[in-house]
Design a protein around this ligand. Structure first.
Ligand SMILES: Cc1cc2nc3c(=O)[nH]c(=O)nc-3n(C[C@H](O)[C@H](O)[C@H](O)COP(=O)(O)O)c2cc1C
Length: 196
């Protein structure tokens, strides 16, 4: 099975470093055997979640198609006051019910390492029954990139290599097991709650 990975970029800046890093991570995930797509919430903004906002908006339709076709995710966000961007939280509000049995990796652009940002993303995904990689990617635009927007921090590049590799390997294992549990008669698995 080829793992389908969706990267979600949520910065509201055109020249975003978190989205740039997401592109690099997706490229590495593809080199590790996955199929990858990028959903930029800057280019494809979603309306503020409302019970009536579903089903009548082409941006939501595109995002829905991309989310439903994905087995694992990389969420990328700037640090906005120690938390994720509002656009990313809004994305989770729209699509939380599609995350069970899927693995998530996190990227944060911050001047303060973004540890609380990572924690907030992990907590929100846990509430949606998604699985999280135990480590994420924190980037600092002024220290880790040169003026050509290339990553110059070799330790960060090594971390990105293992991050993308681990997302594909562990994401595949978790997704395969979830599908097996879903299609079995086993009732003592959390997948049983998702049987139709
Ligand atoms: C509304 C807002 C709040 C921010 N809050 C923080 C913050 O609390 N800590 C921080 O280090 N940077 C903060 N920043 C700066 C961005 O996180 C930082 O510039 C980041 O690198 C931008 O990522 P991007 O290039 O992906 O847009 C804030 C920026 C904005 C617009």
């Amino acid at each position: 099975m080829t793992l389908k990975v969706l990267g979600v970029g949520s910065s509201m800046r055109k020249g975003s470093y978190s989205t740039e890093t997401l592109r690099i991570a997706l490229e590495k995930a593809s080199q590790n055997g996955s199929e990858t797509k990028l959903l930029s919430l800057y280019d494809n903004p979603l309306p503020f979640y409302h019970e009536r906002s579903r089903g009548n908006n082409s941006n939501i339709d595109l995002a829905t198609e991309m989310v439903k076709g994905s087995d694992a995710f990389i969420l990328a966000t700037p640090d906005y006051h120690g938390s994720m961007s509002g656009s990313l939280k809004n994305f989770l509000d729209h699509f939380w019910s599609d995350f069970a049995g899927k693995t998530f990796g996190y990227i944060c652009a911050s001047h303060e390492k973004g540890l609380t940002v990572m924690d907030h993303m992990r907590t929100a995904i846990r509430q949606c029954y998604g699985w999280s990689l135990p480590y994420g990617i924190s980037i600092n635009s002024t220290q880790d990139f040169n003026s050509n927007r290339e990553i110059t921090n070799s330790r960060l590049l090594m971390r990105l290599n293992s991050f993308s590799r681990d997302l594909v390997i562990y994401g595949s294992l978790i997704h395969e097991q979830f599908k097996k549990d879903l299609n079995s008669n086993i009732n003592n698995s959390f997948a049983a709650h998702y049987r139709k």
